[in-house]
Design a protein around this ligand. Structure first.
Ligand SMILES: [Zn+2]
Length: 143
């Protein structure tokens, strides 16, 4: 199920997905160090290198986060933390536009990831549903 969503979005956006579940990638194409790919994903041009996740949902939310980076790269700002936050929020919006919503556990995982860019300080990402509602309001007010 998740892989179908990942594949169809990637095809539509002309993105290449490299899945680190395949041992050959991190040994031959990557750093050779499995740890570099545990709960971590990367982008390299139009390629998303999807890491190794304990939970399928964390893997999926991370995929949308990387999409958020790709979609927001023109909005790049100086602060690494702001870029990360923007990528999560835009990623949530892209997910919602595909009818994908996440559990609180997955959103906690996202907050944990973001925290590492904010000197360990906890920040709550804007609730996915709020973003969608804002978007709907913008649409209906004709902006
Ligand atoms: Zn990121």
């Amino acid at each position: 199920m998740d892989d179908n969503i990942i594949q169809s979005i990637s095809n539509n956006m002309n993105l290449k997905i490299t899945d680190c579940k395949e041992i050959s990638y991190w040994v031959n194409g990557g750093t050779g160090c499995r740890e570099d790919y545990v709960n971590k994903s990367y982008i390299c041009g139009n390629e998303i290198i999807l890491g190794i996740y304990d939970s399928e949902e964390n893997r999926l939310i991370s995929f949308f986060h990387e999409l958020g980076h790709i979609a927001s790269h023109k909005l790049w700002v100086e602060s690494e933390y702001e870029n990360e936050k923007m990528a999560w929020e835009i990623g949530f919006m892209i997910a919602a536009s595909h009818g994908v919503f996440f559990s609180e556990e997955a959103e906690d995982f996202a907050n944990e990831q973001l925290k590492t860019y904010n000197n360990g300080e906890v920040v709550e990402l804007v609730d996915t549903l709020d973003l969608v509602l804002q978007k709907e309001q913008l649409k209906s007010s004709g902006q």
